[in-house]
Write a protein that binds this ligand. Sequence first.
Ligand code: PXP
Length: 263
Amino acid sequence: MSYHDHPADYLRLGVNIDHVATIRNARGGRHPDPVKAAHLAVAAGADGITAHLREDRRHISDNDIARLKAELDRPLNLEMAATVEMLKIALGAKPNACCLVPERREERTTEGGLNVLANTAALRDFVSALHDGGIRVSLFVEPSARVIEASAAAGADIVELHTGTYCELVLDGNAAGAMKEASRLHDATALAASLGLEVHAGHGLTYDTVATVAVLPQMKELNIGHFIIGEAISVGLEEAVKRMRAAMNAARTPARNASAAAT
Ligand code: PXP
């Protein structure tokens, strides 16, 4: 089935290729090439590619973004901080979507969601500037009702729900905590969809944790990076993408059957 003929409830997989660039940058030079990885991921079933252009350029570079946009025939989701510098780059590169994330120089990865509550007005202006450039806007947020309502008020098209806490709780073997967080993700997804927001999720997802979010019927896209790139060392990138796709499909199928049975 081609990218354009999927059913309305299809769950997209966006593969985040940041850490191919991390490995490249460990030695400088050009190898491995994140754009080549993006092509392999698409060939294996990725519906889009995500890349985070950080202020410190620790992995993805400006040139990577330009090449991804020029070469890919799949949507590019540019993750970035809501800064003047990034706005200029986004308006020039014209990715299909921008996912606004909080960014602190010293963090190892994106920690926590955007503080939409404290910055609703500023974010509204930022979102509107991206809309003027024809770019859809996603806000990376915690699964909290107040934050989701503020995201809608800021004019976002999409919320990407932070799954990091859920994944950490699973890794820690904290079943009760994980169940509570899964329930927050469930409620946040339903609320966001009811407000007309498209719902995505990501951060820390693995073959073992992906089902919890893949099963949610209003979920439209998962963005997954570190685990897939790590798995690629053992099984190759194409196989890792295929296995993740299969785990997502397996989680999705019973939900589809149940909703068909209910109608
Ligand atoms: N979504 C967002 C907004 C992110 O910042 C990241 C990490 O760059 C991801 C998804 C992917 O997270 P991971 O690499 O842990 O799969």
